[in-house]
Design a protein around this ligand. Sequence first.
Ligand code: PMV
Length: 360
Amino acid sequence: MNYLHEAKQLSQAVHNLQGRVAWQSPSNIALIKYWGKHGQQLPDNASVSFTLSKSVTKTEVTYNQADNNENRLEFYFDNARKPEFEQRINKYIENILPYLPFLKDLKLVIRSSNSFPHSAGIASSASSMSALALCLVDIEKQIFENHSSQNTLLQKASFLARIGSGSACRSLFGYAAVWGTSPLVKGSVDTMAVPIEHNIDPVFKTFHDAILVVDATPKSVSSTAGHELMLEHYYRHGRKLQVADNMEKMMHALASGDLDSFIQVVESEALSLHALMMSSEPAFMLLKPNTINIIQRIKAFRETTKLPCAFTLDAGPNIHLLYPHHIKSQIVEFIEQELQPLCFDNVWIDDAVGLGPVCW
Ligand code: PMV
């Protein structure tokens, strides 16, 4: 879809310059990691993720016609006004104005909250940017009274969420999504994610993600800075080859329900992501002693019990323990006995693969 062309065509016929939209959107956890980007937030490699269900952002936007001189944006998080976020959202709106030009005539009041505690150290950019992008696309739908399908709305929201935070574009679709052109995934592109719900074995739709919070302090190096270090990375080319190989194994494992291969690739990707950080120039490390401690305990537990569980990491020290529903009671017991004492403030979040965003 050519969204720039659509924006030009839509600039007539404006209705209802006031209203309300509200969306809840989840976070996602990458199985194949996006690390490195170019252009307007385009990925250097394809990535795959599970969409989560409990770690969500709820966003409501009310809008009306702006008076020329008034402040056009108010942002509230947990009902408290946050001017520092207003600057960032204004910048984002400026970036997407070519695709949603009507926004320049509106005053927006945005109210947002997260289901997960602020202190849990969980990145909220995927859930928050996908919820906001959905609200903005929904405003377009209301203003122009267009009757586009839910699918069309989700695709455009994915395109726009990507411009705010790359990995956010995968949160728009239930169960699992692929972002980035891959010869293995029909319709995959760099500008938005595509759902792969129909290409995965049912066992993956039952998967849980136990988020083990190892450290909740702000990261010493942001994802933005980490992506940038990939531009001149010694292993840039090697990483591309590795992703092509891991994508092939992952898409096959997802389609066939091969849990052994799934575990092998998920863990290879998690460790490779952090190896890329540790071999950047300048090098940095986001892992903490208890990250390694938990990884070793998960490996030992798997070795002894032969239960199919895998650890992964995002760009931080927290562990995501992925496992199918039929072994939930054994995994929860393992977490409570061995892993929870290693978590910051004993915090872990019992999340699971989910259906994607909902309107509220
Ligand atoms: O979307 P960003 O810029 O926050 O980058 C996210 C990168 C990883 O979480 C490390 C990997 C991924 O694919 O989500």
